[in-house]
Design a protein around this ligand. Sequence first.
Ligand code: FNR
Length: 401
Amino acid sequence: MTGLHTIEAMRDAARRRLPRFAFDFVDGGSGAESALARNCAAFEAVRLLPRVLTGAVARDPSLELFGAKYALPFGVAPIGLANLAGSGTDLGLAQAALDAGAPYTLSTAATTSIETIARTAPGAWFQLYVGADHAIVEDLIDRAEAAGFKTLIVTVDVPAPGKRVRDLVNGFSLPLRPTPAMALDLLAHPGWALDLAANGAPRFANLEAYGGKGAGAQSLAKLMAGQSSARLDWALLADIRRRWKGALVVKGVLHPQDAARLAELGADGVVVSNHGGRQLDSAPAPIEALPAVRAAVGPRLPVLLDGGVRRGEDIARAVALGADMVLLGRPFLYAAAARGARRGGGELFAILADELDRAMTQLGASTLAELRQVEVFAPTTFNAAPARPDLRAVESRRTAP
Ligand code: FNR
């Protein structure tokens, strides 16, 4: 491979390739970007205690989840407007995930339609935003089912959009209305600009059907602005549970009591996530919140995590603290911008798989089940934790002899 060995290197290459407003849309977070920084930093505080002299056992990081078999315990998080990283990003990443035997999640706000992804990457997951118009929500669910999707991820952490300061400063909005600064930015990034000119500006492909006759980019953008989940509550989620026959996974959970209640409601899994630091800036890092969530739901409910995963050892850390699977958002966009989506996505899967394999070997863990038994030091507690029986810290179980 020629040179890009880390996500940081892919990020640098993406920064060079993309105009500033597009890079900042992908790379940025909300508010002071504290949650964004914390997501990565918190992984470094998690220590795993290796076992030695375990011999040269073969490693198998595969797992079964939501009725499907995956070769790897990580996949692609839902990403709106992904084709800002380059035309064909949704499709290329879906193919890269399929090649790697890993899940790909298509966003409601994707730039490629449910039906197109289903043809190219059967087995992909669909992420639902519960927007203001209920007829659209029901139709999106029905379209996903008709197209053969089996796993629905409902995102619940956008009751109001996060304040993304970089986008405000750059004047980034949809449809793109180039300011003089943006025009200069485009001239400085001719490769990206030519791709846009040849393939058209990214559009909300899943929502075009609802824009009405002759709907332009503007009304679709307005439609998307109404996709935050302000009206979503427990009763509405229960309705969605009744309508969707496949696996229902709820994304954007940090409080253990919410996770426990979701399990009672009939959710098939939760994604511990703060939306990659793009929503509440004072939210804990997902890796900090994970142990209490796992303790609250018990060992059987699938718990996924995303936010701040930047190397294979982070995946090992998340599994050791109770995650079944992790998802990555920005890293796949950096890879797509740097190398083209299918190739870059493939390289990223290979880098992370290799790093995870090295970590498992050094820890003496040959399977994910063994990885879960590794001794973990994680300086994570919430004040509420000891007071409630369902908030037992998972560390006590893990460090017991
Ligand atoms: C996102 N995320 C997101 N989540 C979601 O449920 N629906 C969506 O449409 C989007 N769109 C989106 C766009 C961009 C550019 C980013 C960076 C993120 C959040 C995403 O699924 C995931 O939670 C985070 O990206 C995880 O953090 P990392 O891996 O980026 O650190």
